[in-house]
Design a protein around this ligand. Structure first.
Ligand code: FAD
Length: 464
C-alpha cells in the first residue's frame, strides 16, 4: 500500500480551503494546507471584509448629512492613512485567528506556492525563497480562488489598478474612474464617492448589475447618481494616457475624462495559472474554471475543487458550504452537494442591495403560469428632515399558481440585513398569504415586506 505524507493536501487557505482543512483534521486525518499569500484568502485579506470596512468608513459622510437634518452641527474630516492603519491591524488580527484555528485543529500550514506534479504530489515553493518542498497526499483539494481580470490589450492599462490595490492606495485620490458594472465596481464607486472623491463609473452594458432584477438595476443606478456618482453606460475605454496632471481616460464615445486613479473591476477569473493541472489530469471548463461534478470532484479521481476556482457561485458562504459538503462526502460517507437555490446576496453599494431568489424575468421563464409582482417605492423615514429625495425599493416576485414568494429584492438602508431574514422564508417556500399573516414591526422599513397589497398591473410591469 502506498503511504503518503498526508491524507489531504489543500491548495489555498481562503474561505473554502481553510474550512475543509480544519474539518478534516478535526476528524482525525493528517492534513496540510498551502498558502502563497496571506491566510484568510480573498474574503479576509482583499475582499468582503476590508471592503465592508471601507463601505462603513465612507457611509459616515451620508450619515453626517442626515444628522444635520436632525439639528446636529458636524465639522468632520477623514484621515485616510489612519483608516488604512486601523483596517490593516484588524485584517492582520483576523488572519492570525485563521492561522491559530488551523493550528488548533492540527493542520500543517505551508507558506508558499503549491504546484501539482502529479495526481498525488505537490511541490511548494516557499515565499521567502528557500528550497522547495515535495509533499505527497492521498487526496488533494484545490481551493485557489480567483483573481481580477483586466483587458490586457488596452493601451495604457498598465496605469490602472484593480480592487487589490484599491485597498492600499498611498493617498486618497481627488478623482477616480471605475470601469465595470458588477457588484465590485458599484461598491467601490460608492466607497470613493462617499469619501469625497469625484467618481465616474463607466460600463459597456446597458445598465449596472447584470443578472439582477431590472427594477433593482434601474433603481440603484438612479440612487447612486443622487449620491454624486457620474454613471456612463454603453461605453468603454479606447485608451488611458498618463499626463503631467493625471490619467486621461479616452472613451470609445469620444469623451475624455482626466482622473488620478483608474480602477478596473471588469470581472474575475479562476486562479488556475501554472498550477500543473494537466500533469495531474484535472480538466478545465470552456470558461477556464476547474471542471467538477455535483460533488466537487474533478476529472482526476483523487482531486476535488471548491470555491471561486470552480466558478459556480462566487461568494464566501458558498465556498464554505462547498467545503462542508466536500468533507461530508469524502470523509463522512455522507455524499452531499450544496443547493445553489435561494442563496441571498448583498451588494454593499450606497444605498445597498439585498436580493434572494428569482428576478421578475427569471420567474416569468421559470414559473408555469402567471407571476404576481408587488413593488413599493418610498422615502425611508430617517430622511424626513434632510430634503433628500432618496427612495427605497422593495419588490416581491410571487409564483401566481403556487403563490410562493420566489424572489425578494430590496434597495435601500439595511437591505443586506433584511434579506438574510427574508431568505429564510423564501428558502422555506412560504406563500404570499403566509408573509401577509406575519404581523408588521412598526415603524420600520421592513414592515413593508409584509404589508404589500397592490399587485402590479400588467401594463405597469418592469421592462424585459
Ligand atoms: P479565496 O478566498 O480567493 O482563497 C484562495 C487562496 O488561495 C488565496 O489566499 C490565494 O492566495 C491562495 N492560492 C492561490 N493559488 C495558490 C497556490 N498555487 N498555492 C498556494 N496558495 C494559493 N463574497 C461575499 O460573499 N460577500 C462579499 O461581500 C464579497 N465581497 C468581495 C469583494 C471583493 C473586492 C472580492 C474580490 C471578492 C468578494 N467576495 C465576496 C467573494 C469572496 O471573497 C470569494 O467568493 C471567496 O473568497 C472565495 O473563497 P475561495 O476559498 O474559493 O478562494
Amino acid at each position: 500500500m502506498t503511504t503518503y505524507d498526508y491524507d489531504l493536501f489543500v491548495i489555498g487557505a481562503g474561505s473554502g480551503g481553510v474550512r475543509a482543512a480544519r474539518l478534516t483534521a478535526l476528524g482525525g486525518k493528517r492534513v496540510a494546507i498551502a498558502e502563497e499569500f496571506r491566510v484568510g484568502g480573498t474574503c479576509v485579506i482583499r475582499g468582503c471584509v476590508p471592503k465592508k470596512f471601507m463601505v462603513m468608513a465612507s457611509d459616515f459622510s451620508h450619515q453626517f448629512h442626515t444628522a444635520e437634518g436632525y439639528g446636529w452641527t458636524i465639522d468632520a474630516a477623514f484621515d485616510w492613512p489612519k483608516f488604512l492603519q486601523v483596517k490593516d491591524v484588524e485584517i492582520a488580527r483576523l488572519s492570525g485567528i485563521y492561522v491559530a484555528n488551523l493550528g488548533k485543529a492540527g493542520v500543517d500550514l505551508v507558506h508558499g506556492r503549491a504546484v501539482l506534479k502529479d495526481a498525488h504530489t505537490v511541490e511548494v515553493t516557499h515565499r521567502d525563497g528557500g528550497e522547495s518542498q515535495t509533499i505527497t497526499a492521498e487526496k488533494i483539494l484545490i481551493a485557489t480562488g480567483g483573481r481580477p481580470w483586466m483587458p490586457t490589450d488596452l493601451a495604457g492599462v498598465e496605469h490602472a489598478i484593480t480592487s487589490e490595490e484599491a485597498f492600499h492606495l498611498p493617498e486618497l485620490p481627488k478623482r477616480i474612474l471605475i470601469a465595470g458594472g458588477g457588484y465590485i465596481a458599484v461598491e467601490f464607486a460608492g466607497i470613493f464617492a462617499g469619501l469625497g472623491v469625484e467618481t465616474t463609473l463607466i460600463y459597456r452594458g446597458p445598465n449596472i448589475l447584470r443578472g439582477f432584477d431590472d427594477d433593482v438595476r434601474a433603481h440603484l443606478a438612479g440612487e447612486i447618481e443622487k449620491r454624486g456618482i457620474k454613471v456612463i453606460l454603453g461605453c468603454q475605454h479606447a485608451s488611458i494616457e498618463k499626463t503631467a496632471t493625471g490619467l486621461v481616460n479616452k472613451l470609445e464615445n469620444g469623451m475624455e475624462i482626466e482622473t488620478d486613479v483608474v480602477m478596473f473591476a471588469t470581472g474575475r477569473v479562476p486562479h488556475v495559472k501554472d498550477l500543473g493541472l494537466e500533469t495531474a489530469g484535472v480538466a478545465l471548463t470552456d470558461k477556464g474554471a476547474i471542471q467538477v461534478d455535483t460533488l466537487s470532484r474533478t476529472t482526476a479521481e483523487n482531486i476535488w475543487a471548491i470555491g471561486d476556482v470552480t466558478d459556480r457561485m462566487n461568494l464566501t458562504p458558498v465556498a464554505i458550504r462547498e467545503a462542508v459538503a466536500f468533507h461530508e462526502t469524502v470523509y463522512r460517507n455522507n455524499p452531499q452537494h450544496f443547493d445553489y437555490e435561494g442563496v441571498a446576496t448583498a451588494v454593499f453599494s450606497q444605498p445597498p442591495v439585498g436580493t434572494v431568489g428569482l428576478s421578475e424575468n427569471e420567474a416569468r421563464h421559470a414559473c408555469p403560469g402567471a407571476v404576481d409582482v408587488y413593488v413599493s417605492r418610498f422615502r425611508p423615514m430617517k430622511y424626513a428632515f434632510t430634503g433628500s429625495d432618496e427612495r427605497m425599493l422593495m419588490k416581491l416576485v410571487v409564483d401566481g399558481e403556487s403563490q410562493k414568494v420566489v424572489g425578494v429584492h430590496i434597495v435601500g438602508p439595511e437591505a443586506p440585513e433584511m434579506i438574510q431574514l427574508a431568505a429564510i422564508a423564501v428558502k422555506a417556500g412560504l406563500t404570499k398569504a403566509q408573509w401577509d399573516a406575519t404581523c408588521a414591526v412598526h415603524p420600520t422599513m421592513a414592515e413593508e415586506l409584509v404589508t404589500l397589497k397592490d399587485k402590479q398591473q400588467p401594463g405597469n410591469m418592469s421592462a424585459g
